[in-house]
Structures are given as structure tokens and as C-alpha cells.
Write a protein that binds this ligand. Structure first.
Ligand SMILES: *Cc1c(COP(=O)(O)O)cnc(C)c1O
Length: 355
């Protein structure tokens, strides 16, 4: 049950241009050197100096007391809801949120939580929508204990939640005694696109994490931050989920390298996404959502060619992409060049001409 076309399907030509996801980045030679040089220890007993350094840096970056290294972003979301909520609790999130449809039902399976999907535009709900969804506590309704937001909103088109909206949501949740969680899989993209520091984006939010295996280009890892008490709880769940590691400094070294060398360059990914969207929008028969960061959602507007058929036709030419909820998502990253963007635009034009 794959969720995307196989990059290794041997019946097809090799992939020349990989726009499937920013998870497709390969560690650079200098990142691999940093990994080889890493000082390591036993992460599970808090004894890996490189992991500890990474956690200190991310806690500082996000303006929180403490942080913990996790094997994946999904485990950050899962351990966070487990730390914030109790069985039977309700979590509020926008209806396209990763934690609703892309985490294998973990929050229900492991936590016994239910998620209230909020209506939104471009992956974001408003303060008013949240306010309308909040209920005074009663005996017969589930306790509402957590609000979650995705910065950037993946299925929303990589859109950036404005800092003011995030602050207002955190304040409203706080008034109601509800905790707040920021899924920051692409938080650094939002920061680079707007110039707003990460600690300001996450200000007032009880927990926030960043992924290193996406646009930051590391092979594995994510770091979640919050209060010392929250991080202790997350550590407990990380252990229970089997996520505690050993000489994880090898991986943390890649993440530190990414913090030093791969944050500012996200602007290149955003420029490539803008160029892709501009080129595609000039092709008759294609509708494009204007990108704000590194994700470009588009679709054929003509019924003669489906989104899946266009993806299949591009794959034959060595371009890898996938459909997501009916539209095509192209993702720019470290291993995507401006020339590849030009090639992709030309190919789409050619395919539509022949369709
Ligand atoms: C990718 C992603 C995750 C999960 O991160 P992994 O590191 O792939 O487990 C969570 N939320 C969002 C918005 C994502 O895009």
C-alpha cells in the first residue's frame, strides 16, 4: 500500500528530477563528514554530547526551556499528544492536519484521543473558528485539552500562519486552560519566508518541534521543545514508544550541520517554488495555487487529463511527483535546481500539448 509512485520502479526510466517531497534530500558530502566526526555517547541515558548540544540549540531557537531529540516528526506529534492529553480528550486541529490523516491513526490507537477537525482556508483555521468550537466543560462532552497548528500548513499549500494569528490562538487557548502544540515540520521555511524568528512564531505555544529530515536535509531526526516538565513527559513516551536511541550523536551532528548551513538557503527553495508556479500558471489547462514557501500545488483544469495521468506522464520523463487529495504537490528542496524547474515546466507544457 504505497502512498506515492515508487521511486525505484525498474520498469520506468531513472528519476532525474525529484519533486516528490523535501524528505527526498540526500545528506551532502560535508554533512556526512560532520556525521563521521561526531562525538557520541548513549543517548538513552542522556550521555550523548552531540545530541545534548542539538537539544540545547533547538530549545533556544524555539524559546523553550528544554528539548528532546526524536527519530521522526510523527513521533514528536504522537509523544506530544500523549504528554498533553488523557484518554477521551479532544484535540482541535484543521481538517487537513497531518495528525488527522497521515499518522496511521496513532492519536486514537495509542492515546484514545478524538480529534475535532476545524474548517479552514489553506490549512489554517481562524481565531473565530476556534472560538466557535470551544465549549464550556460539561459531564457529557469530551474535555477539550489541546489545540494543534501546522507551521507551514502542508496540505494548505505550504502556507505560513501569520505570527499574530498564532499569538491570538495561543492566548485564547490559554484563557480556556487548553494546551497548544505547533507541528513545525516546516517551521524554518515559514521563518525564512517571513523573516520572523522561530521563537516568535512559537511564542506562547506550549510545545513546538522542527523536522530535520525535510527541507533541512538531514537523513533522520526531529527535535521537540517545551517546558522542562513537558519534555520529561515526552521522554517517558519516547521510551514507551521505543524511540530512545544510543549513539544518536551521529544523526544529531547532521542536524547541527543543517542548522548551520541549510536554514538560510531555504530561500532558494522558495524562489524555485515561485518560479515553478509562475511557469505552470502560464500553461493553458493548469491551475496553480500561489506558493508561499517550498510547496506548489497544481492540477490540470481540463477534465481530459487527470492529475494522476499527468503525474504518470511526468514520471515517464524521469520527473517524480505525487497527487495529494486530488491535486499534484511539487516540493522544492536542497537537491532541486533552477534548471530542473525549467525542465519540469517545459515537460508539463509538452505533455499538455499532446493531451
Ligand atoms: C512530514 C510531516 C510530519 C511528520 O514528520 P516525519 O518526520 O515524516 O515523521 C508531520 N507534520 C507535517 C506537517 C509534515 O509535513
Amino acid at each position: 500500500m504505497p502512498y506515492a509512485p515508487s521511486p525505484t520502479d525498474r520498469a520506468l526510466p531513472p528519476i532525474r528530477i525529484n519533486l516528490l517531497s523535501d524528505t527526498q534530500t540526500r545528506p551532502t558530502p560535508s554533512m556526512r563528514e560532520a556525521m563521521a566526526r561526531a562525538e557520541v555517547g548513549d543517548e538513552q541515558i542522556g550521555d550523548d554530547p552531540t545530541v545534548n548540544l542539538l537539544c540545547e540549540r533547538v530549545a533556544d531557537l524555539l524559546g523553550k526551556e528544554a528539548a528532546v531529540f526524536m527519530p521522526s516528526g510523527t513521533m514528536c506529534n504522537v509523544a506530544a499528544t500523549l504528554a498533553h492529553c488523557r484518554p477521551g480528550d479532544e484535540i482541535l486541529a484543521e481538517r487537513t492536519a497531518h495528525l488527522i490523516a497521515r499518522e496511521g491513526g496513532a492519536h486514537a490507537a495509542l492515546g484514545g484521543f478524538q480529534i475535532m477537525p476545524l474548517d479552514g482556508v489553506d490549512g489554517q483555521f481562524t481565531l473565530e473558528t476556534l472560538r466557535a468550537a470551544l465549549r464550556p466543560p460539561t459531564r457529557y462532552q469530551p474535555p477539550q485539552t489541546l489545540v494543534s497548528a501546522e507551521q507551514t500548513a502542508n496540505l494548505g499549500g505550504g502556507t505560513v500562519w501569520p505570527r499574530a494569528r498564532l499569538a491570538d490562538i495561543a492566548a485564547l487557548a490559554y484563557q480556556h486552560g487548553i494546551a497548544t502544540h505547533m507541528d513545525g515540520a516546516r517551521l524554518m521555511n515559514a521563518c525564512v519566508a517571513t523573516g520572523v524568528p522561530a521563537r516568535e512564531m512559537a511564542a506562547g505555544w506550549d510545545s513546538a518541534w522542527i523536522d530535520f529530515s525535510k527541507g533541512l536535509g538531514a537523513p533522520v531526526g526531529a527535535v521537540i521543545a517545551g517546558s522542562t516538565g513537558f519534555v520529561d513527559e515526552v521522554w517517558r513516551w519516547k521510551q514507551r514508544l521505543g524511540g530512545a536511541m544510543r549513539q544518536a550523536g551521529v544523526c544529531a551532528a547532521a542536524c547541527l550541520h543543517a542548522l548551520d548551513h541549510h536554514v538560510a538557503r531555504l530561500a532558494e527553495d522558495h524562489a524555485n517554488a515561485t518560479a515553478l508556479a509562475r511557469g505552470l500558471s502560464r500553461i493553458e489547462g493548469i491551475t496553480v495555487q500561489e506558493p508561499q514557501t517550498n510547496l506548489v500545488f497544481f492540477a490540470p483544469s481540463d477534465v481530459a487529463l487527470s492529475a494522476d495521468a499527468l503525474v504518470a506522464a511526468l514520471r515517464v520523463h524521469g520527473v517524480l511527483l505525487a497527487t495529494m487529495d486530488g491535486r499534484i504537490r511539487a516540493c522544492t528542496h536542497l537537491d532541486v535546481t533552477a534548471a530542473m524547474i525549467d525542465d519540469t515546466i517545459a515537460l508539463v507544457r509538452e505533455i499538455l500539448r499532446g493531451a
